[in-house]
Design a protein around this ligand. Structure first.
Ligand code: ARG
Length: 251
C-alpha cells in the first residue's frame, strides 16, 4: 500500500516536472520488481545477453513503459514465485496460469494468453489418449499446472518433478520418463529442438482444460491491478500486443 501511495505521489511530482520542462522520458523512477522463471521459451528464457528475454519480458517492459515505471527482473524458481510476491518481488510474469490455489495467495491481472498443456512423447510412441497416460512416469516442472494434472487427474501416474522443464525433456531423451507434460509453446520449442526424437501432442486429445496466463499480483492491491490492467488494455488496443506475439511466438 505504502509503495502505491509513494508511486501516486511520484506520478504527480514527475508529471508536474514533465509539464514544467515540456518534454522528457516519462518515468516516475519507481522500480517494479518482477519475478520470472526464465526456463520457458518463448515466454521467458536466458537470451544471448545472459539476461531473461522473451514474450513476457517484452510485455512487462511495455506495461512498465506505459506506467512510467522502471522494472527489475528477478529470475527465480517457478515454484517459489507466488510465495515471493510481496517480499522478494512485486509481481510475477511467467506464463503463469490463473489457478484456484494460487488465487488464495495472490491476485491476477486480466488474462493475456490462452494456453493448453501438451504431451511430449518419443517419436513413434503409441501414447495418444488420456487412458494411455495412466500409470506412466511423467516429467513435469515442479509446481506447475502440468505437475498438478499428473498428481490429480491421471490415475496411477507418477510425476517426475524438475525445477527446469529442459531437465524433464533430457530425461525423456534418456528414456527415464515416459513423456513430459508442458505448456503448448514451450513443448513445441523443445520438441522442435529434437525433431528426430520427440513429438509434442496437442492436449485436446487428452481432454486437458484451457488455461489462461496472467500476471500475478499482490493480494488486494487493486490500485496496482488497475494500473497493470489499464496498461495491458492499451497495449492490446494499440497493436503492441500483436507485434510481440509476432516477434516472440509466431516467428
Ligand atoms: N502455465 C503453467 C503454470 O502456470 C506453467 C508455467 C511455467 N512457467 C515458467 N516460466 N517456468 O503452472
Amino acid at each position: 500500500m505504502k509503495r502505491i501511495v509513494a508511486a501516486a505521489l511520484t506520478l504527480v511530482v514527475s508529471f508536474s516536472l514533465l509539464t514544467a520542462c515540456g518534454q522528457g522520458d516519462e518515468t516516475t523512477g519507481e522500480v517494479l520488481i518482477v519475478g520470472t522463471n526464465a526456463e520457458f521459451p518463448p515466454f521467458e528464457y536466458i537470451g544471448d545477453s545472459g539476461e531473461p528475454e522473451g514474450f513476457d519480458i517484452a510485455l512487462i517492459n511495455a506495461i512498465a513503459d506505459k506506467l512510467g515505471m522502471e522494472i527489475q527482473i528477478e529470475n527465480l524458481e517457478f515454484a517459489s514465485l507466488v510465495g515471493a510476491i510481496g517480499t522478494k518481488i512485486d509481481v510475477a510474469i511467467a506464463g503463469m496460469t490463473i489457478e484456484e490455489e494460487r488465487l488464495e495467495m495472490v491476485d491476477f491481472s486480466n488474462p493475456y494468453y490462452e494456453a493448453l498443456q501438451y504431451v511430449i512423447v518419443p517419436a513413434g510412441s503409441d501414447i495418444a489418449t488420456a487412458a494411455d497416460l495412466e500409470g506412466k512416469t511423467i516429467g513435469v516442472q515442479l509446481g506447475t499446472t502440468g505437475d498438478f494434472i499428473v498428481q490429480d487427474e491421471i490415475a496411477g501416474a507418477t510425476p517426475a518433478q524438475f525445477n527446469k522443464p529442459v531437465d524433464a525433456v533430457n530425461d525423456l531423451l534418456n528414456g527415464r520418463v515416459d513423456c513430459v507434460i508442458l505448456d503448448q509453446n514451450p513443448a513445441q520449442v523443445f520438441a522442435d529442438q529434437y525433431s528426430d526424437e520427440l513429438v509434442a501432442l496437442d492436449g485436446t486429445q487428452f481432454g486437458f482444460a484451457m488455461e489462461y496466463y496472467a500476471i500475478a499480483l499482490p493480494k488486494g492491491d487493486t490500485e496496482l491491478a488497475d494500473q497493470i490492467n489499464g496498461a495491458l488494455k492499451e497495449i492490446i488496443e494499440d497493436g503492441t500486443f500483436d507485434e510481440l506475439v509476432q516477434t516472440y511466438i509466431e516467428q
